[in-house]
Design a protein around this ligand. Structure first.
Ligand SMILES: [Zn+2]
Length: 147
């Protein structure tokens, strides 16, 4: 087997890897990308361990906690690597927290979080595919319905 190409080399920034196939565009949207820096996106990239994946490399971007929490919703086992001077200095496997605060929006039109400026709170009920329950109105939703 040939080695993967090294044409996406990143000097300073973030690699979002093991995105489920088909989620790269959604990930870019969630993160408000592109911004100023260069980005390379790989779609249907062969992964030696688990079939195909999407991957995004963003020069000059370091994600905040709330951005990581949103990204984690796209699938299990997404990894985020921080790169400095061309070397990975930190690698994290994303996990969806048990309580998501201010991340999701409740689709129940009569939910109190939609009428007032209250931060939403959702409890995660299951592993992937994730299901969430609004802590205010108790409505249960899949991730596509609330993010
Ligand atoms: Zn609600």
């Amino acid at each position: 087997m040939s080695r993967p190409p090294r044409d996406f080399r990143l000097l300073e920034g973030t690699v979002i890897d093991h995105l489920p196939v088909g989620t790269a565009a959604r990930a870019l949207e969630l993160l408000g990308l592109p911004r100023d820096g260069p980005i390379t996106v790989g779609i249907n990239v062969l992964s030696p361990r688990r079939g195909k994946k999407d991957i995004i490399r963003v020069e000059g971007l370091f994600l905040e906690k709330h951005e990581l929490d949103r990204l984690a919703l796209l699938g299990p086992d997404i990894t985020v690597s921080i790169v400095h001077d061309g070397e990975v200095t930190e690698k994290t496997v994303l996990d969806v927290p048990e309580r998501l605060i201010g991340i999701l929006t409740c689709r129940n039109p009569t939910c109190v979080t939609n009428g007032e400026s209250i931060q939403t709170v959702f409890l995660r009920l299951s592993g992937f595919p994730y299901r969430f329950q609004c802590a205010y109105c108790e409505r249960v939703s899949g991730v596509g319905e609330v993010s």
